[in-house]
Design a protein around this ligand. Structure first.
Ligand code: GLC
Length: 737
């Protein structure tokens, strides 16, 4: 059941909603469903008039507190009913103190830090008058070509559900009515991450059973966490765009989940339905959207332009309009906006405080994933270094490290990797910086000579490569996910200098980096780590911290393998090492039936480069003594699973112990593994600890062939380990009685 937190005084609020609604004119009602975009820096003169007339209930992208206060004053004191404005902003991963992109945050597998980061962002944004954020984005993203994978928490339903709920708790705080709480928005409902071909805004064809078992769980968790608003996706979902999809917005969201908040369209997603070819014109788009359950229209104006005519023609039930207005007014009352119209920035902790930057640094540090560390080349020991070459287009770029969707970020706050390396090693080590490439897309080698010379004269080289922030994010999909430009050639050239080479990659998606592995001694994946990228990366490079990040998304060997994700179905002919013969090893005239039939590629096999949940540390962990109790039980009886994790290395480290389950037989086929729990633990060298998990019936339930959610009796495998390839396994059985 949705346990949406009933805000204090819900009864009183509903009474106030009814009293307001009863006084509202049609124009004022439609005004509450109208979200107006304001270009930064200019306030359209007619906006003041519209607010005064009650014809605009919300604004988007106004972040100057004086302007917000002016508009709120007009709304509260000059308009007839004094209904305050919602002030929305994309506070996606920080406001002024920019945190790692959400995909990087997910790599930390730390819900508490994600919650703290959202809380910090909410306070920074609220000080500017923002009271609504269009976050968290909890689309399940299994296609790294898709630019918005950067904004997601990755490929897994459980991880996205846990982190999305944490972000909502952070944004909304201890209650929407508290100062500093901002309304969160679960977006984009639903299935956007499955856009065909990884092309943004692409068609989404997903059977309902997979919508329910894979893409909806994070949104259900958001509703259960009390998220105040939902955003309908741009996507054409199985032929019915989400902004006019009554199955999604009424049957599931309202009927099954009892969601009490309001639904906002995405930017122009209502008028886009004419372009989709769902409706013939804007009037039909307005009818379809309001009928399906979109309460508020973002930017386009079909509600304002056409609802009066639709109502006059009795083509739409006026109760639908009233209910949409009720949903919006309820959130405004829950936010306490009627009692708190003016924002006093001095009432807030201030932006980019030392504490905020420290939090950004901690989250960035935990987001870094060590992918390769040959011969323990990392951590670097400054005391054993005389000189270090720092090379590449992303070593010292205060803007690019912020990543996509950082509209309020300030590069002046950034501490870059070059700066942090210099600060860490001080005068003891000569640090020579060579950009070598103007951008990551540079295809000339003009800068290589200087880079190679620096590498030759240094004890080691650290290359900062990857993608600029513009190469990921909305509508920035890539058909190739190789390192752009001739970055690979740069790695090769620097390696020819014969010294250790460490590659740090800043990117908004998994990249197909296999070609650099032969030339890099170590590879650290940094995503776009935000303002504190430098100190976080330096702390890992020099061993101040041990890397603990784990991949929230699968890394393919080649883009042709996509979609490639761990929680896949078996298929009837699963691939295995035994079945795989590389294309170069196939003898001429091999008979058509001469190769084993399996679900794989002749030229790329079936395995990823790095699996979901993978990440190295400076120490090593072992898993042993897995135990399940009871091993046989009636459906509904909780199953406990435990194992002992030991730090068998020489240094302390954090490990993310992960629990995976396989339901061997189902009325619909089940994934070969599914993440059902994880725990982040700290172990000193030689220390061991038992990790214990509890599998409830809800953890094992899924939508079966009849599309009802239940636990089906049968046999289960369960694993505990440090990634989705964990092999420490136990079994249990569930019986019907
Ligand atoms: C964009 C995005 C959405 C964002 C909204 C407001 O097009 O799809 O995620 O919140 O418009 O900026």
């Amino acid at each position: 059941m949705v346990t949406a937190r009933a805000e204090p005084g819900a009864g009183a609020i509903d009474g106030r909603v009814e009293r307001l609604l009863g006084q509202m004119t049609l124009a004022e009602k439609i005004g509450q469903l109208t979200l107006v975009h304001v270009e930064p820096g200019e306030l359209p003169g007619d906006l003041r008039a519209a607010v005064r007339a009650g014809k605009a209930g919300a604004v988007l992208d106004v972040v100057d507190v004086a302007t917000v206060n002016e508009l709120q004053r007009i709304a509260a004191h000059d308009s007839r009913l004094g209904i305050p404005l919602l002030v929305g902003r994309d506070v996606i991963h920080g406001f002024k103190t920019v945190l790692p992109i959400p995909l990087g945050q997910a790599a930390a597998w730390n819900p508490d830090l994600v919650q703290q980061g959202a809380r910090m962002a909410a306070l920074e944004a609220a000080a500017s008058g923002v009271n609504w954020t269009f976050a968290p984005m909890i689309d399940i993203a299994r296609d790294p070509r898709w630019g918005r994978i950067a904004e997601s928490f990755g490929e897994d339903s459980h991880l996205a559900a846990v982190l999305g709920a944490a972000a909502i708790r952070g944004f909304q705080g201890d209650g929407l009515s508290r100062p500093g709480a901002i309304a969160a928005c679960a977006k984009h409902f639903v299935g956007y991450g499955a856009s065909e071909g990884g092309r943004d805004y692409g068609y989404v064809g997903i059977p309902e059973v997979d919508l329910r078992n894979v893409h909806m769980p994070p949104f259900r968790a958001a509703a259960d966490a009390g998220v105040a608003t939902f955003m309908a996706a741009f996507s054409d979902v199985n032929g019915v765009p989400a902004s006019a999809n009554p199955f999604l917005l009424r049957t599931v969201l309202r009927g099954e989940w009892k969601f009490p908040g309001f639904v906002v369209s995405d930017w122009d997603s209502i008028v886009d339905m004419v372009v989709h070819g769902l409706v013939a014109n804007d009037e039909e788009a307005a009818l379809a959207a309001l009928s399906a359950g979109v309460d508020m229209e973002m930017v386009s104006t079909t509600y304002r332009d056409h609802l009066p005519g639709l109502l006059a023609a009795k083509r739409i039930d006026p109760r639908l309009l009233d209910n949409a207005v009720r949903n919006v007014l309820r959130v405004k009352l829950q936010l306490g906006l009627f009692e708190r119209t003016a924002t006093d920035p001095a009432a807030y902790p201030g932006v980019a405080s030392a504490a905020n930057l420290a939090l950004a640094r901690e989250l960035a540090t935990q987001s870094l994933v060590l992918l390769q560390n040959r011969n323990g080349v990392l951590p670097l020991a400054p005391q054993r270094l005389h000189s270090l070459a720092v090379i590449g287009p992303l070593a010292d770029d205060a803007y690019e490290q912020l990543g996509t969707w950082a509209p309020d970020g300030d590069p002046a706050l950034s501490r870059t990797p070059l700066q942090a390396i210099r600060e860490t090693v001080g005068a003891r080590v000569t640090v020579r910086h060579v950009r070598a490439m103007a951008t990551t897309r540079t295809v000339t080698t003009a800068g290589f000579t200087e880079a190679v010379a620096a590498a030759s004269g240094a004890d080691a080289s650290v290359l900062f490569l990857g993608e600029e922030s513009i190469l990921s994010g909305e509508s920035h999909s890539r058909a190739s996910i190789d390192l752009p430009g001739n970055q690979l050639d740069l790695v090769r050239a620097v390696k020819r200098a014969g010294k250790p080479v460490i590659v740090v990659i800043l990117a908004g998606r998994p990249l197909t980096i296999e070609p650099i592995l032969a030339h890099a001694d170590a590879v650290l994946y940094a995503w776009h780590p935000g303002v504190m990228a430098g100190p976080a990366i330096a702390d890992i490079l020099f061993g101040v911290e041990s890397p603990s990040g784990k991949l929230p998304v699968t890394f393919p060997r080649v883009v042709g393998q996509v979609p490639l994700y761990y929680a896949h179905r078996s298929t009837g002919k699963p691939a295995s090492q035994a079945s795989f013969l590389h294309i170069d090893d196939i003898a001429a005239r091999t008979p058509q039936a001469g190769l084993k039939n399996a679900s794989q590629y002749l030229d790329a096999g079936y395995a990823p480069l790095y699996e979901f949940g993978y990440g190295l540390s400076y120490t090593s962990f072992t898993y042993a003594d897995i135990a399940v109790a009871p091993t046989r039980a009636r459906v509904g009886v909780p199953i406990s699973v435990r194992a002992v994790v030991r730090n068998v290395g020489q240094v302390a480290g954090d490990e993310v112990a992960q629990l995976y389950v396989r339901d061997l037989v189902g009325s619909v086929t089940r994934p070969v593994r599914e993440l059902k729990g994880f725990q982040r633990i700290h172990l000193e060298p030689g220390e061991s600890r038992e990790v214990a998990f509890q599998l409830s019936a809800d953890d094992l339930a899924f939508y079966g062939r009849d599309l009802t959610r239940a636990v089906e009796p049968g046999s289960f495998h369960v694993w505990i380990g440090g990634s989705s390839s964990a092999d420490l396994r136990a079994d249990f059985e569930l019986t019907a009685d």
